[in-house]
Design a protein around this ligand. Sequence first.
Ligand code: ADP
Length: 265
Amino acid sequence: MPLDAYRINTEPYYEPQDTEIDIFTAAYSERLPVMLKGPTGCGKTRFVEHMAWRLGKPLITVAAHEDMTAADLAGRYLLEPSGTVWHDGPLTQAARHGGICYLDEIVEARQDTTVVIHPLTDARRILPLEKHNEIVPAHADFQLTISYNPGYQSAVKDLKESTKQRFIAIDFGYPPPSTESTIIARESGADSDLATLLVRIAERSRNLQGHGLDEGASTRMLIHTGRMVRAGLPLAAAVRAGIVLPITDNPDIRAALTDAIAACV
Ligand code: ADP
């Protein structure tokens, strides 16, 4: 099978936050495209991996970036010893053979690149490959999921209205404290006291959001910090290396964050 390498055979651990599993399942059953909205490191990628496993479908992930072209998604001719040979891009592979295509951080791509998904995400469900003179009808199993961080948007970097309005959206936030500490304990091996403390530290950082920080500490950061403690580092050093230093370069904000954290340790 062409997409066997993209199948997920063991269950990716995922702690639900709300009704997102039901929403995605319904959207997939109708083959509607889904937009996962939320800050970085809050579980969007893990969620789509879990859903691909649950639905038994291959998952092809593409990290969008500003130099990405439509050809990076759709495909291109490459020069080989035998001549020029067409190579399907990741979006075409998923559409042709049937799988979930996950475009991570879609707004990083230019708008002229993102429009390539339009005919795949409406009733047409086709992917025209002009350069290959072919129209690929989407496989019955094909579905498109994108992630989108509303915090990063600016006028120049946002989705076109005509792109946004094609998607079912699921909002992701930081999980409730008890769920987040369960995730941290499970993913980092931290004991429950440490996991609970890391969540309290994260809350302090999240309170500084909009007051010098663009975003508070993500679940991912807390897991990394927990792992540094597990590796033998004292808590204060792990928090500094895992949270304070990566999240901001501003010395005043670092000091404010360090003070806020010290108050809850
Ligand atoms: P995003 O795609 O939103 O940037 P990820 O899905 O990569 O974030 O999440 C970062 C890490 O946090 C994951 O690798 C996983 O360890 C953990 N994580 C976050 N949320 C959850 C969750 N609900 N269940 C299980 N793990 C989670």
